[in-house]
Design a protein around this ligand. Sequence first.
Ligand code: UDP
Ligand code: MN
Length: 610
Amino acid sequence: MRVCRIKKMRRNLMSFLKFLIMSLFVVLLTVFVFKLVRPLTLHSEKDSNGDYKTIQLPLKNSIPKRIDWHDYEKIRIEKDRIGIGEHGKPAHLSSSEKDLEDSLYKVNGFNGALSDKISLRRSLPDIRNVGCQKKNYSSELPTVSVVVPFHNEHWSTLLRTAYSVIDRSPPQLLKEIILVDDFSSKEFLKDKLDDFVRANLSKVQVVHLPARQGLILARLAGAKIATGEVLLFLDSHTEANVNWLPPLLDPIAEDYRTCVCPFIDVIAHDTFEYRAQDEGARGAFDWEFYYKRLPLLPEDKKHPTEPFKSPVMAGGLFAISAKWFWELGGYDEGLDIWGGEQYELSFKIWQCGGTMFDAPCSRVGHIYRKFAPFPNPGRGDFVGKNYKRVAEVWMDEYKEYLYNRKPHYRNIDPGDLTEQKSIRINLNCKPFKWFIKEVAFDLPKKYPPVEPKDFAFGEIRSVAAPELCIDTRMYGGNKRFGVDICVSDNSGNAKTIQHEQQFQLSWARDIRPKGRTMCWDVADPNDKAPVSLFSCHGYGGNQLWRYKPDEMWLVHGGNPRCLDLDPAKKIIFVSKCDSKSETQKWKIEDVNLKQLENWDDPSKLLDLID
Ligand code: UDP
Ligand code: MN
């Protein structure tokens, strides 16, 4: 009896469980169908002719479709264009136009006369990663206001910027282009520009500022009157390339707390050739606030068409949702003329909960000037003041690294910072240490806040010929340097103009004349390869050197060869290491043996704050 009842109970339990599993399955299926199929469902409605038309259901709370945004008709028309500078090909003026070329070079820092010969609507080469041609983006992208500040920009480069945006943006996404004239003095940038724009460019408006305000306030002036959902800032001598807009807008459509930068290509200042600058890199800075770049991460390299996170923007070219820009307080209005604004915005985007990407499928060319043609606006060290404002508001204890390298910043008055500090508090932004640890995590290894000590320093004296020291002012022909009579008395004091005999085997594992950023470099893989000076690049390779104190060798490179001497000719070279050779032995004045123990892992040397 008992057994029977237990059996019955078990059966009941089993059918209940079955029922439960079935119900769960039905619920999951319903959710799945609702989520995935709903955006694709169409329903019918009568149009004005009484015919049925299919229209899409509202897509709120559903996954938008992804579509191909390329304008194939325009791409086809561009392909057929012929003429000077078309397809971004390098161009030249004839020698009879040399005088005009020189005079416009002087006022622009680039070949303005050549620019005038090239169509305002010239074609560009599609140099994107081929995968970009097949990429789809959300069908529901936000609208854009393009803001272009300019101060004394050249006519044709300014208008080519506007035309490239108009010709290569989907019209329904481009709300307007706002050209902000930062009190230019060139006559043609006044009425003539206004008239041209009114007659030819319906989406463009020009705003003339009543005084020189600098690029930061000029961008802000444009942003304040912009009506698009996204603000997109460009320099006034740029050219937007094929399908540039959707890759910038798509990440913003996904999350409005996002800023996206295009890849910046090079428009050569002399020939106007359009070309890539490199395969992309992550933005960073050193502790004097020079803009630097960090390598892509391995996972970024695996997806060459996907946006990747970048710690710091290059500055001039980026898209950000207007909502997020203004939540962050825009730019700090206390930043004068230019400088530091790219750090201010980048730091606050990250520290206050946003994200910054570089989008490889969006490319915009930029003319890098040969020289800056404008006089200093005569407002003292405005860059130093800007840097100090950024450091004081956003960098916490890390500001000290900046001040240690530029002690005079300590005495600059940054002005009133209460508003900026309150933005940081109100948005509950994270500390700078978080930014360094989580976003710019590889920056301190490449640009250490505190420079580690040298492995060795001082004069480098031959053992075979003890009167001879390495001297980077003594040349053996073809830029190679050699040795000369030692000028120091071993205390390292004596130095004359004609000699350079003091060296650092630096923590970056290169050898440089004391205090300089030129490094010993061997490019030739053959025996007896010469050593010459080259700008230090900090990543080993041709500039990698190691001192072996026991053998007294200076060993070059990963495929090791030893520094050797021909005392009669006073030349040096690298050749196969040979323990019997006396001419391969060198005595460095001051060797830090403890430091040399860390040669294999220089990151151990970094004296960082935790
Ligand atoms: N600009 C400006 N006011 C200034 C300085 C620059 O409106 O006081 C504009 C300039 O015309 C350009 C942008 O800001 O469109 C960036 O300046 P620039 O191209 O000279 O900087 P670079 O690209 O050389 O760093
Ligand atoms: Mn520029």
